[in-house]
Design a protein around this ligand. Structure first.
Ligand SMILES: Cc1cc2nc3c(=O)[nH]c(=O)nc-3n(C[C@H](O)[C@H](O)[C@H](O)COP(=O)(O)OP(=O)(O)OC[C@H]3O[C@@H](n4cnc5c(N)ncnc54)[C@H](O)[C@@H]3O)c2cc1C
Ligand code: HEM
Length: 388
């Protein structure tokens, strides 16, 4: 456990309100932050990707967000310790924190202008010191590797914007089914992206990833179009707590949109290795039939595992909205509508543990519809989403 020196609530409040006052200006604060950082500590430039996109603004906003919460160590410390350990994959060292702190305080001070005073200077400096100490101590005391090297052993295109990539890491990445990892691909150096393995860990270092190219996306488009067997990737430590709570005794509802199926499939795959399981209803949604790329494999799993039911849901407006439709082979009954409409329309699911996984839009919409339909919010879990 990392010990954090306490920060006064008044200092945290000063940081919060002074950053909020810059709300319209975060882009230029971010620009000044990076210019200052790279001027006072030029080697830090090499830690960041060549292309400084909108991602950069999020880093400064994240910094300010955590600095404003340093008076709530119970929630912040575990998060910061994890963030600090994860920063090892960027090549971040303890000595970099002082430069980042100086660059941040300089850029906020410049933008605050007349509003800046000694109290603000002290509040920002103290808050940063606490955050930096927590992150760097956690990083220094972590014994596990920062990254794992892996080789691409399979790349299968499933249409224009989707690929299944199979990796074999040199040594297995410690992880649980349902967790996500970050990856760096040789075509996009230093652009780390989160991916959720679709395969359960089996001790061999195999990782199957389902990658959807998002329009204009730097990394996903490159993975789908340009990955080659033999490419060497880097994989970061696994994170996330999405799992089936067996002790809770509830049956399970899983709702997967597109490649959001991946972590849920990993959980199902792992459950299939056990004798007894709670009942699982897995709704798999997509806009078109092509989005239900894994349906046949899932259906085969369901055939040999009676605790699992797979329900495909298609948004495509063919047939009557909300009405079930039999496929000619009789294997799948397809429901029509968005996942949010279909799942929430079927009841309050109050007796279930609910796992949601998919695009940020799909998760937000399904969460809103289900809570409105009466599903107790504390029974619903999902992976972290980017800010709306
Ligand atoms: C916990 C977690 C697990 C994830 N697992 C997977 C996975 O298994 N498979 C997978 O393909 N992706 C997954 N993602 C998304 C992935 O990490 C990237 O965000 C996504 O591939 C886009 O990266 P990019 O570099 O191509 O786009 P960027 O260059 O970062 O962004 C380009 C544009 O696309 C938008 N955009 C970014 N992400 C999305 C999105 N998910 N949907 C719609 N628009 C978006 C951005 O706002 C921006 O306008 C996961 C994300 C998280 C947080
Ligand atoms: C002190 C507090 C810090 C906080 C709160 C913080 C926070 C963050 C966050 C939230 C991200 C995005 C993480 C992700 O999406 O994976 C990030 C990325 C990053 N951080 Fe930090 N960070 C801190 C310090 C540092 C330091 C000292 C450095 C070293 C120069 C650094 C370098 C980076 C790099 C290189 C990235 C990746 C950026 C990218 O992908 O574009 N950070 N940081």
């Amino acid at each position: 456990m990392v010990e954090v020196p306490p920060v006064r609530a008044t200092d945290a409040e000063l940081v919060r309100t002074s950053f909020a006052a810059l709300a319209d200006d975060t882009e230029s604060v971010a620009r000044l932050f990076y210019a200052t950082l790279f001027a006072i500590d030029p080697p830090t430039r090499d830690l960041f990707p060549v292309t400084m996109t909108a991602q950069r603004e999020r880093f400064v906003a994240a910094l300010a967000h955590v600095l404003g919460r340093v008076d709530d160590p119970d929630r912040l410390v575990p998060f910061l310790a994890q963030l600090g350990r994860d920063h090892r994959k960027f090549g971040v060292l303890t000595e970099h924190y002082a430069s980042v702190g100086a660059a941040l305080v300089t850029s906020v001070r410049r933008h605050a202008g007349d509003r800046w005073d000694d109290d603000l200077e002290q509040a920002w400096t103290e808050a940063f010191r606490t955050v930096a100490e927590t992150m760097s101590t956690a990083a220094r005391t972590e014994r596990g590797p920062a990254t794992w090297a892996a080789t691409v052993v399979g790349h299968r295109r499933l249409g224009d914007d989707l690929a299944v990539v199979r990796l074999l890491s040199d040594t297995p990445v410690p992880r649980a089914a349902g967790q996500y990892v970050s990856v760096q691909v040789p075509q996009r150096p230093r652009m780390w992206r989160w991916m959720s393995p679709a395969s359960a860990p089996n001790g061999t270092g195999e990782l199957e990833l389902h990658v959807r190219a998002v329009p204009g996306g730097w990394v996903s488009g490159s993975i789908v179009a340009h990955t080659r067997v033999g490419d060497r990737w880097l994989v970061g430590p696994a994170l996330g707590r999405m799992s089936v709570d067996r002790a809770g005794g509830r049956d399970v509802l899983m709702v997967a949109g597109g490649t959001g199926l991946a972590p849920l499939r990993a959980i199902v795959e792992q459950m299939a290795t056990r004798g007894a399981n709670p009942r699982v209803q897995l709704f798999v949604g997509g806009r078109t039939r092509a989005d239900l790329y894994d349906l046949d494999a899932l259906q085969r799993t369901a055939t040999t595992n009676p605790w699992l039911t797979v329900v495909p849901v298609l948004e495509e407006s063919v047939g009557r909205h909300g009405a079930p439709e039999e496929r000619p082979d009789g294997m799948h009954t397809v429901l029509r509508g968005t996942l949010a409409e279909v799942v929430a329309g079927l009841g309050d699911w109050a007796d279930r543990q609910v796992l949601l996984s998919g695009s940020p839009g799909m998760v937000r919409a399904t969460l809103a519809a289900m809570t409105a339909a009466g599903t107790p919010p504390h029974q619903i879990s999902w992976d972290p989403l980017p800010p709306a």
